[in-house]
Each structure stands twice: as C-alpha cells, then as structure tokens.
Design a protein around this ligand. Structure first.
Ligand SMILES: Nc1nc2c(ncn2[C@@H]2O[C@H](COP(=O)(O)OP(=O)(O)OP(=O)(O)O)[C@@H](O)[C@H]2O)c(=O)[nH]1
Ligand SMILES: [Mg+2]
Length: 183
C-alpha cells in the first residue's frame, strides 16, 4: 500500500509580506487586495496524492510571538517570506531565523521567498549571509524564489521545491532510525 504522510508547513515573515495571500493562491482561492492581518494563525489543509499537507500561516506581527510558539512543533518545512517592495521586511529575516532556531527541532528545510514580484522592486536584498547561516543550522540547501500571490507566479513551483526537500528529509530520518534499530 502506498505510504501516507501528514505534512506540516509553516509560513513566516513580517506582517503584510503576503503569507496569507500565498497560502490562498496555493489553495486556489481568489486574491484579496484588502489587507486583513492574520490574528494568531490561519490553517489550510491540501490533499496531495496520499498525503495531507497542513499549511499554517502565522501572524507576522511580532507581538504574536507567544501564540506563534505554540505552532512550531512538528513543522517539517518552513517558508520564510519577505516583500520586494519593503526593505525592512528583508532586514527582519535574521530575527525570524532566531525564532526558528529557538523553536524548531530537529532542523527542517527552509525556502526563502521574495514575494510581490508583480510590483516594482524597491530594494535588492543580498541573502547570502542568511543562507549560509540557515545552511549551517539545517545542512539542507536553501532555495530562494520570487513569487507573486497576485499573479500566482512561482507559487506552485515554490511549494513543489519545498515538498521535495521535506520528503527527502523525512526519508533521511526514517532511514537513520531504521539503521539505529538494526544495530
Ligand atoms: N501586488 C501584490 N500584493 C500582494 C501580494 N501578496 C500580498 N499582497 C497584498 O499585501 C497585503 C498583505 O498581504 P497578506 O497576505 O495579508 O500578508 P500577511 O503576510 O499574511 O500579513 P499578516 O497576516 O499581518 O502577517 C494585502 O493587501 C495583499 O493584497 C503580491 O504578490 N502582489
Ligand atoms: Mg496573514
């Protein structure tokens, strides 16, 4: 019988970068121009083959830190989002990564997403230092990708890239536990 997985992904990043819009786009829901800040967290579940993917979309406002911390347990993949039109959202990524390091164990794949590619780019963020830091933590390649929740550009591709890394990472742990059982 084919394997069934319950997969968990979390969307993180500053308020207003487009986390909820990315989740909605991936779920096939319509784009909303009006900004409605997420309070606490929102959740969607998508069936992918034999698996169920839960997508947690956490509130970006820093004041919700204590609520967010409730949701990190069991995350198998993280989507770290910033906004191509607001430099400050890129500068904050280090703070987000600190929150990840504190709350996510064992390490999981992280994909770095520059959202709102349909708008005029207002800054060029050099992600190399952050990518090095993340790689040191996870040992897993950090993909970067530009998306637009408005046009849907790269949304599906972004989830596909991350899901592939998640499946590889889960198999790695399964194989490790099998080999430790057979010792
Ligand atoms: N043009 C454009 N606007 C976007 C895009 N993604 C999101 N927006 C707009 O940006 C605003 C914020 O989007 P949300 O998806 O609510 O942002 P969020 O990251 O969930 O914000 P919090 O819930 O506060 O953490 C909304 O007005 C969206 O319409 C995009 O790709 N392109
Ligand atoms: Mg939101």
């Amino acid at each position: 019988m084919p394997k069934k997985f319950a997969l968990k992904v979390i969307l993180l990043g500053d308020s207003g970068v487009g986390k909820t819009s990315i989740r909605r786009s991936y779920m096939g829901d319509s784009f909303k121009q009006n900004y409605n800040a997420t309070i606490g967290t929102d959740l969607s579940v998508k069936r992918i083959g034999n698996s169920f993917l839960s997508i947690f979309d956490l509130a970006g406002q820093l004041g919700y830190k204590f609520i967010r911390e409730e949701y990190y347990a069991g995350a198998q993949g993280l989507i770290l989002v910033y906004d191509l039109t607001r430099k400050n959202t890129a500068n904050q990524l280090d703070i987000w990564f600190q929150e990840i390091e504190k709350n996510v164990y064992p390490a999981v794949p992280i994909i770095l997403v520059a959202n709102k590619s349909d708008l005029e780019r207002k800054h060029n963020f050099d992600a190399s230092d952050l990518i090095k830091k993340i790689y040191k933590w996870s040992g897993i390649k950090v993909h970067t990708i530009e998306t637009s929740a408005l046009t849907g550009a790269n949304i599906e591709q972004m989830f596909d890239l991350l899901l592939k890394q998640m499946e590889d990472n889960i198999s790695k742990y399964e194989n490790q536990s099998k080999s430790s059982l057979s010792v």
